[in-house]
Design a protein. Structure first.
Length: 94
């Protein structure tokens, strides 16, 4: 339970990234993973170029394959519906 509370605190502390910040991150040469945590149907309708689909329901299974180096920066994309915060909490647990 304590690990869950710590992960929730870290997820809340994760900085929000706006479009300009993401553009700089994509062009700075450092490794980055952009994960879209919406379900695949929503992803298929529209998604950010270069974002990988990693639905929240499957994130724990897909994340190690999509982001094999834990040192890589990860940007989590959603529809401003709170999925990104939940995903950040899930990723910090692993």
């Amino acid at each position: 339970m304590d690990a869950m509370n710590n992960a929730a605190r870290r997820a809340r502390a994760a900085p929000a990234v706006n479009a300009q910040m993401l553009k700089r991150m994509l062009h700075d040469g450092a490794e980055i993973a952009v994960l879209d945590v919406r379900e695949e149907g929503m992803y298929a309708k529209r998604h950010m170029l270069l974002a990988c689909t990693a639905p929240l329901s499957q994130l724990e299974l897909r994340a190690p394959l999509l982001v094999p180096r834990r040192s890589a920066r990860v940007v989590i994309v959603d529809d401003n519906d709170g999925l990104a915060q939940r995903a950040a909490g899930s990723l910090t647990l692993n």
